[in-house]
Design a binder for this molecule. Structure first.
Ligand code: NCD
Length: 362
């Protein structure tokens, strides 16, 4: 099924030098995602396809017959969840997504329990996984590591798909897909994501969810992005360059209260202090970038508040019961989006369309 493996045709040396958007075609299999490694590999038709498929799967998953049907789709596959950075949501979301489509999943969550402790390279460890499993879903602290593994496996006799479930400070493509799905549903009756004003708030310098989602939002004409953070945590130059190159409108701000009433969506993030070298972010006053109950009064009545979670103090608990706070819905959406992605990778999505058409046609 993995025909014309494009990563076979390029040396690691040449591949490494490519710009992120130039790498995309190397991760596809005949127009569909095979490896899922970067936000840049997705175009609008792919996003539309994954979102539509997700909605179909959710509908099918409402009945026992539908659940049984979904579970039969990939029951011959096994997945390895290699998560060597802390994770609750993404790990369980992928685990549950595997269960939905019938994939059996195994896990390694700590390099201290793998042969890496014996001095094995992470590359050899992952190559071992590919001998037993049909898919590798990985979260790793090293940026670009998942790409390296995808190249390596593509050049082995077991070129299994690699899914990046968060790498370094750089990429979190599947979080961006679920964020897009959540935004798309929120704006369903308001002309879609196009033309919306969307603010990113918090640690934008080190938040991979922000980088990946900003990359996908560029695909929606008329969107205006606001980056709201203390100067030391502002969005980095590569994202700014991308927006400028694309002609996407954006603003940099440190005045959260001024921005709130103008926004259609606000994407909050926590301080990513695991990347601190010497506790430096504890010296930054981030309290001005917290969304409190008081802010609900100035938030537009039809705006939405998102967060990839986990949260600390950046959104007050009292905000949770407001219908505009949609971060828990976002979590649930992630499971369905990931199930859609797994079916797409293994080319079983057509069966979803057929089942869904029968179901709604009845
Ligand atoms: C994010 C991550 O791991 O990058 N969490 C997630 O996957 N939902 C955000 C974070 O840890 O702050």
């Amino acid at each position: 099924m993995y025909k014309d493996n494009p990563l076979l045709k390029i040396s690691w040396h040449d591949f490494k030098q490519l710009e992120l958007w130039e790498k995309g075609p190397y991760f596809q299999n005949q127009g569909r995602p095979y490896h899922v490694l970067t936000a840049q590999q997705f175009d609008r038709p792919m996003l539309e396809r994954i979102c539509n498929l997700t909605t179909e799967i959710r509908t099918i998953g409402k009945t026992k017959g539908g659940i049984n049907f979904l579970q039969g789709l990939l029951s011959e596959k096994r997945a390895m969840l290699y998560f060597v950075q802390p994770s609750t949501r993404t790990f369980l979301s992928f685990f549950a997504a595997c269960q939905i489509v019938g994939i059996n999943a195994a896990e390694v969550r700590d390099t201290n329990t793998s042969s890496e402790v014996k001095g094995e390279s992470p590359e050899d460890t992952v190559r071992t996984f590919s001998s037993y499993f049909d898919l590798i879903i990985m979260r790793h602290p090293i940026g670009g590591f998942a790409e390296r593994i995808a190249w390596l496996l593509s050049n082995s006799n077991r070129p299994v798909p690699v899914l990046n479930a968060g790498s370094g400070k750089d990429q979190h493509p599947t979080q961006a897909l679920l964020d897009i799905y959540t935004l798309k549903r929120s704006f369903e009756n308001r002309g879609g994501i196009e033309e919306k004003k969307i603010a990113f708030v918090g640690d934008l310098a080190r938040g991979r969810t922000v980088r990946s989602l900003a990359t996908l939002l560029v695909l929606y004409p008329g969107v205006k992005l606001y980056f709201v953070a203390p100067e030391a945590l502002q969005i980095e130059k590569d994202i700014i360059n991308m927006l400028e190159k694309d002609g996407t409108q954006f603003e940099i701000s440190d005045d959260f209260e001024k921005i709130i009433p103008e926004m259609d969506a606000i994407y909050m993030t926590r301080i990513q202090d695991e990347w601190d070298k010497a506790n430096e972010s504890s010296l930054i006053d981030t309290s001005k970038f917290h969304f409190t109950e008081r802010h609900l009064k100035i938030l537009k009545p039809d705006a939405v508040l998102l967060h990839p979670l986990p949260r600390r103090k950046e959104i007050a608990i009292e905000v949770d019961s407001d219908p505009r706070a949609i971060y828990w819905r976002q979590v649930r959406n992630g499971m369905w989006v990931r199930a859609a992605l797994l079916l797409t990778i293994f080319d079983r999505d057509g069966e979803i369309d057929r089942y869904y058409e029968d179901l709604v046609g009845e």
